[in-house]
Design a protein around this ligand. Structure first.
Ligand code: F6R
Length: 251
């Protein structure tokens, strides 16, 4: 695993955006897996800036988002549809017919999930999957459990996640209890993975990632089963010693 250790949010955003830029420079028709949440916001802002400066081109890119609350209307201000358009898609030149986000309005979640998997496969699989990290070690909405789903599925959010995400809603009771999420195999099949973590709240989950073990009780540890993972992490989330020598550090 490659680890890029950053001193703060701006560095993290730039380091992460650079990874996406070099992916698109190498393969302009890359299939990119996007994540929502607070952590990738700086990277999305930086990608929009790179686009504005003419330094990145999304015209041939294809996107698949990791997850969406269920049920939720795509027009709902808290939906991940709205999040992605507001924070990225409206600010770059991605072809809107190439955007895929699980449909939180479907009346047949099982069919929607099977269809989503089929579309990822038909697109030739994901070239680079961006991941945030739950403080409980979840990736996508694959929550700690004795068994994890392989493919895209309807899942119940853990209490920890409901509590963590209540900051986006009026209160905890308004957070949807379910979500449609890519499964562990859908994520692990990606050709490359870019995991982002910032803040002390993620330190325990990062410790489990850096431990010698793999456990379904911390789904992020399953990233150790493969190569091609880059962790971009700030000093607060990193459990080891961090020396600020003025730049990002490649461990
Ligand atoms: C979002 C997602 C989640 C978040 C995670 C961290 O699409 O799949 O796994 O990445 O909950 O969220 P933040 O970045 O808000 O701490």
């Amino acid at each position: 695993m490659e680890i890029i250790l950053c001193g703060g949010g701006t560095e993290l955003a730039r380091a992460a955006a650079d990874v996406i830029k070099s992916q698109l420079d190498k393969k302009p028709d890359s299939v990119i897996g996007f994540a929502t949440g607070s952590t990738p916001l700086g990277m999305y802002k930086r990608l929009a800036e790179l686009y504005k400066n003419g330094e990145i081109d999304f015209s041939r890119a294809v996107s698949f988002n990791l997850d969406e609350y269920y049920p939720i209307k795509s027009s709902d201000s808290r939906s991940y549809h709205k999040f992605m358009y507001d924070n990225l898609f409206r600010h770059i030149n991605i072809n809107h017919s190439n955007i895929h986000i699980p449909d939180g309005e479907t009346d047949d979640p099982e069919r929607e999930c099977a269809e989503y998997e089929r579309k990822i496969e038909a697109a030739g699989e994901i070239d680079i999957q961006i991941l945030g990290l739950g403080r409980n070690g979840h990736i996508g909405f694959n929550e700690p459990a004795p068994e994890l789903y392989a493919k895209t599925h309807l899942t119940e959010l853990s209490h920890d996640t409901i509590e963590a995400n209540s900051r986006f809603f009026e209160n905890e009771s308004c957070v949807p209890r379910h979500a449609l999420t890519m499964g562990m195999a859908s994520i692990l099949r990606a050709k490359r993975i870019l995991l982002l973590a910032s803040g002390a709240g993620k330190r325990e989950a990062i410790s489990s990632l850096l431990s010698p073990y793999v456990t379904t009780q911390s789904p992020v540890t399953m990233l150790k089963l493969r190569r091609g993972v880059t962790l971009v992490c700030d000093n607060k989330a990193y459990p080891g010693e961090y020396k600020n020598d003025g730049g990002d550090k490649r461990l």
